[in-house]
Design a binder for this molecule. Structure first.
Ligand code: FMN
Ligand code: FE2
Ligand code: FE2
Length: 398
């Protein structure tokens, strides 16, 4: 049966939710599922905004058909070509052969990479560029390019009439929709907004800033993203967060402790450090065992926290493998402006601190607490002074 909701009297939500998926994009655990949002505007002309993942094909077509209610589909706006939104493009064109595909030149070029067409699709394309306007009757839609706000071909569409931004992956979140499709009907889980943003587009801060700048010239009352709820009440809150994230500004002044530990020596070291930090007044300390927690949660908190402790055993004269992966994640997401403290451990030649520092020095605005802590197998009572010194140095760096 169709599963559709009205956003306004002429704009429908026709998207779907997936709670079977264990890893989004083959990497990210989504315990609360994920939604693939698609929208249908019923103006003098009918307009489809993006499709859904192939797993949700039957519900989507049921929704589309019911939403159109025997009308033809006139326009199909492709904001983003990643398969979680584009998987059904070919099927849509097969079903509605006269549909005009509204997309930019890059999207058209990439479309041929994803599909082989056994029919002539060339005449379906209507290529748009920045600022072009499409009138569908009562509504005027304009297109804003948003390269690398996830992929290079991404654009967003602004409905001037409704003051609605179809924002592609921007302002989306993990988490299926469960009946409630508007932000004022649910408690927003900002942790999941952050985990989604930082892992998926965190690397592209300058490009996100470019989109935020363009969006600041638009009057936006509603955001229709491709994942997560439709935003009305939390628009400025999310724009503020996006601005922080895009500029690599921490959200809180506190300490994220990340550690690896094979036998427990390093863990004991950071537990003692955490206690001292707490006793010195640091609140909201967060600690992750990098071997246990999924890296997407740790990276997300690295974007949130101002200070990051990395503690690791030496491993084949280098950094323990799981800690190395976390550091790679920080570097590949281009995290900036953080203060780092390092704890190294080793039973014969502790040697990981320098290797960590060399990697993190590549990141813009990195600062280092100079008093590193070296543990030889286990932290000794005689080293309490050293831990105290490290804790003080961290506190003084705020
Ligand atoms: C595969 C492997 C390689 C290691 N390589 C080194 C090394 O190159 N240098 C060193 O000093 N210790 C090395 N170690 C020992 C650990 O770094 C050391 O025992 C450390 O104290 C473990 O800390 P933990 O108690 O937090 O696990 C290695 C251990 C393993 C299992
Ligand atoms: Fe995407
Ligand atoms: Fe997406």
């Amino acid at each position: 049966m169709k599963n559709i909701q009205n956003i306004t009297n002429d704009l429908l939500y026709i998207g779907t939710s997936d709670r079977k998926l264990s890893l989004f994009e083959a990497v990210y655990p989504v315990a609360d599922g994920v939604s693939y949002n698609s929208y249908l505007l019923l103006d003098n002309k009918t307009v489809l905004f993006d499709t859904v993942d192939k797993h949700c094909s039957s519900q989507f077509f049921e929704n589309l058909e019911a939403g159109l209610n025997k009308r033809n589909l006139d326009y199909f706006i492709i904001n983003h070509l990643e398969p979680d939104h584009s998987a059904l493009i070919k099927k849509v064109v097969e079903k509605y052969p006269s549909v005009k595909l509204i997309c930019n030149a890059k999207t058209k070029q990439m479309l041929y990479q994803f599909f082989e067409f056994d029919f002539d699709i060339e005449s379906n394309f209507e290529i748009v560029k920045e600022g072009d306007v499409l009138s569908t009757g009562h509504h005027e839609l304009t297109f804003v390019m948003a390269p690398m706000v996830h992929w290079p071909e991404v654009m967003v569409t602004y409905d001037k009439t409704n003051k609605t931004l179809f924002s592609a992956d921007a302002f989306g979140s993990f988490g299926a929709l469960n009946g409630n499709i508007f932000d004022n009907e649910v408690e927003l889980n900002l942790n999941e907004y952050r985990r989604y943003y930082t892992n998926i587009v965190g690397k592209y801060g300058p490009q996100v800033n470019a989109l935020l700048n363009k969006a600041s010239n638009l009057e936006i009352e509603t955001i229709c993203p491709l994942h997560g709820v439709i935003l009305k009440e939390n628009i400025s809150k999310l724009i503020n967060l996006y601005t922080k994230w895009a500029n690599y500004e921490p959200e809180i002044n506190s300490v994220l402790i990340t550690y690896a530990s094979i036998y427990g020596g390093t863990q004991n070291g950071v537990e003692v450090l955490a206690t001292k930090l707490a006793q010195k007044g640091i609140k909201n300390i967060k600690m992750y065992d990098v071997s246990m927690a999924h890296h997407s949660f740790i990276l997300s908190n690295a974007f949130k926290y101002s200070h990051i402790v990395l503690a690791t055993p030496t491993y084949n004269n280098c950094i323990f493998v799981k800690m190395e992966q976390f550091i790679n994640d920080l570097v590949s997401h281009n995290l900036q402006n953080r203060t780092f403290a390092i704890v190294e451990n080793g039973s014969w030649a502790p040697n990981s601190a320098n290797a960590i520092k060399t990697r993190l020095e590549q990141l813009k605005g990195s600062k280092f607490i100079e008093d590193k802590l070296t543990i030889k197998s286990t932290l000794k009572t005689s080293q309490e002074e050293e831990v105290e010194k490290l804790a003080n140095a961290i506190v003084e760096s705020f």
